[in-house]
Design a protein around this ligand. Structure first.
Ligand code: ADP
Ligand code: NI
Length: 214
């Protein structure tokens, strides 16, 4: 479909050269996962595809904390593509409310389309890919991989979470291991089960090798 192809083109262009956990391939996986979940759970396919493709178009953490840039780009692009304003509103709502760090500010009753794209994004944050993305991001930030004396910080506020330069292993306890229970759909929960177990197994191995207790 022409609109989807145009959207892919825009996303690829905007994400050129980004950190590899948030690049076009992350978007492609979230897009495919969203479609897989949509097949089982329903929801408006076009809204889901557009939101999945556009959800990280201008992540504030790579744009000096600017939280309005993404909406501006998406609004301009979809208007230019002659997408109706109701669809644009729905896509913008998803993009503005699906992030993990904004989860405490999001309104209560979320549309199915948001739930699906959010689940897809969260699934890409766990499992083997999730582990790889997290270490890549930690390296990009020059954070420590692990420090036995630095404890994970649970229940951080959004500001504390954004500033955090804790260890990458702690990020598992601060976010990745929490995601399984935050998923919205049954389909995503089923996919998450194996990925979650895989992360637990990874951590077990990591500590054994670190402590030389294998
Ligand atoms: P969202 O964009 O959904 O609010 P984040 O940007 O916080 O979520 O996280 C997206 C991904 O970036 C995480 O799943 C993880 O892989 C990586 N990431 C974010 N913060 C950290 C961190 N402090 N250490 C390691 N990886 C991180
Ligand atoms: Ni994402």
């Amino acid at each position: 479909m022409e609109l989807i192809n145009k959207t892919i083109e825009l996303v690829k262009e905007k994400l050129e050269g980004t950190e590899s956990g948030h690049d076009w391939f992350h978007i492609e996986r979230v897009w495919k996962l969203s479609l897989k979940i949509q097949e089982k759970e329903g929801g408006d396919k076009l809204i889901i595809e557009l939101a999945a493709l556009l959800h990280d178009i201008a992540d504030p953490k790579f744009h000096n904390g600017d939280e309005t840039l993404a909406s501006k780009i998406v609004n301009e692009f979809l208007t230019e593509q002659k997408v109706d304003s109701e669809t644009i509103e729905k896509v913008l709502f998803i993009i503005e409310n699906m992030s993990f760090k904004n989860r405490n500010d999001a309104p209560g009753n979320l549309p199915l389309e948001l739930k699906i794209v959010q689940d897809a994004d969260r699934l890409d944050a766990i499992g083997a890919i999730g582990i790889a993305r997290t270490f890549n991001f930690g390296g990009y930030k020059n954070n420590l991989m692990y420090h036995p004396d630095i404890e994970p910080k649970l229940n951080q506020t959004k500001e504390q979470y954004k500033k955090s330069n804790g260890t990458t292993i702690n990020h598992f306890y601060e976010k990745l291991l929490l995601l399984k229970d935050l998923l919205n759909t049954k389909t995503a929960r089923e996919i998450a089960e194996h990925r979650h177990q895989f992360m637990l197994q990874f951590l077990e191995e990591f500590y054994k090798e670190w402590n030389v207790t294998f």
